[in-house]
Design a protein around this ligand. Structure first.
Ligand code: AMP
Length: 427
């Protein structure tokens, strides 16, 4: 991957990128940033987790003329969560651009508060299409100075019925604007939007196909409805799962799993669609900050969420179709990290799951729920894997000396390593 230094990015933004801890541009960033910086339109096929937010944010940020405090870029996202996340990412990128203002606008939050901020002047508006239209109609948002429009997760927005709103917004922005369209899939309707509202867009595709999800190890486990929850706990034990997003198909399922996790002392919380926005935000923050390790959710509740450092996504229930499966498991292995996806399959779901397997280009490996003995073995293996990583990556000189001193007479290094493994296992 390319270093950000080679991409013609302004010094202020480059400094922020370094502070965000990113060293190498991801493939979508490498391809999209230079084209975006030239002011050209882009239609990009890229998944959540590919680093697409930076890919469109950097070119639009670099174009903002700060002394003019009117909206110069509009970013449309399908969900409130994604709006908050994108606005947050832009704020971080713009940390060294003085006085640059970004605002997220979405339903569920008082329109008055958003109006006040808009009236004071913002440069970039990140919003759900419905709320953006609302602000336009109330004359809170003037599109005359808009130079860039981004459609983020465009396929999701269309799925959610925002097509008309999106087209209205596009029609009301200046014709000479730059339009950046990002979507995990490019179905016909998306191509139509590109044809009607973009000017000679450059087409960028990351990964060979939406059906290929790299670096996610996908396992399925046959289970029985009676033991499903116990099996879930066994998997957590066996694979030493530190945190996971667990999907259920229904709100009732979410409540059941959440309650039982709590009962078994797993630090957990639940998220479903009919919770108030305020509670959803609170839950999300706790999970993001690591105060809660296991989050149980329905598909609707988890749409557009960005959660990093996720070890595992669990399909407690088999999703209804392949697209839902892809969306769910795409929550792990963000930005090139490895991740696991576990799917629990009862005999009742086997047809549904066979269909998903058929459509997946990556093999979903069938495994047995580990027995107690196997859990023991697997746990040791996980620890040894970590030890190997530490040998590769850490500076161990100080510890080597200690071991050398104490192993010389009475114990061998083997003895010490075995005792340490036992201690770690029992902790
Ligand atoms: P996105 O696809 O924009 O949702 O980004 C996925 C995640 O990757 C976010 O948590 C970003 O903060 C992170 N990310 C973005 N760019 C990079 C990069 N160049 N290197 C490492 N992580 C990144």
């Amino acid at each position: 991957m390319m270093n950000f230094d080679d991409l013609n990015i302004s010094d202020e933004i480059k400094k922020a990128i370094v502070e965000m801890g990113f060293e190498k541009a991801t493939p979508i960033q490498k391809k999209a940033i230079p084209i975006g910086l030239k002011g050209m339109d882009i239609t990009a096929q890229a998944q959540t987790g590919s680093g697409k937010t930076l890919a469109f944010s950097i070119p639009i940020l670099q174009k903002i003329f700060v002394p003019d405090r009117s909206p110069q870029a509009i970013i449309l996202c399908p969900t409130r969560e994604l709006c908050i996340q994108v606005a947050g990412e832009i704020e971080k990128l713009a940390k060294h651009i003085k006085k640059l203002k970004v605002l997220a606008v979405y339903g569920g939050q008082s329109i008055g508060k958003q109006t006040r901020v808009l009236k004071k002047g913002v440069h970039i508006v990140v919003g759900t299409p419905g709320r953006v239209i609302d602000h336009i109609q109330r004359k809170n948002l003037d599109l005359i100075g808009v130079e860039s429009v981004v459609l983020d997760e465009a396929d999701e927005m269309l799925d959610m019925g925002f097509r008309e709103d999106i087209e209205t917004i596009l029609k009301n922005t200046p014709h000479q604007r730059q339009t950046l369209l990002f979507s995990a899939t490019i179905p016909r309707q998306i191509r139509r939007i590109a044809e009607n509202y973009q000017k000679n867009p450059k087409f960028i595709k990351i990964g060979s196909n939406k059906k290929t999800i790299p670096k996610i190890t996908q396992y399925s486990f046959k289970t029985n409805p009676k033991y499903k929850f116990d099996d879930l706990c066994n998997l957590f034990e066996a694979y030493d799962v530190k945190s996971a997003l667990i999907f259920c198909n229904t709100k009732k399922g979410v409540d059941f799993v959440f309650k039982n996790l709590k009962k078994n002392d797993y630090s957990s919380d639940a998220l479903h669609g009919d919770m108030t926005q305020k509670i959803r935000d609170k839950v999300m923050n706790k999970f993001r900050n690591g105060n809660v390790r296991f989050l149980v959710a329905t598909d609707v509740a988890a749409r557009g969420l960005d959660i990093s450092n996720l070890d595992v996504v669990v399909n407690y229930d088999v999703p209804q179709n392949f697209d839902d499966y892809t969306h769910r498991i795409g929550r792990t292995a963000r930005a090139g990290n490895a991740g696991f996806a576990f799917t629990l399959v009862t005999s009742r779901d086997s047809n549904l799951f066979d269909n998903i397997k058929k459509q997946s280009k990556v093999r979903i490996i069938e495994k047995d729920i580990p027995s107690d003995d196997e859990i023991d073995m697997l746990k040791s293996k996980v620890i040894l894997e970590r030890v190997k990583n530490s040998i590769k990556n850490d500076d161990l000189d100080k510890y080597k000396k200690l071991i050398k001193n104490s192993s010389s007479k009475t114990f061998s290094s083997d003895d010490i390593a075995s005792a340490l493994l036992k201690m770690m296992r029992e902790n």
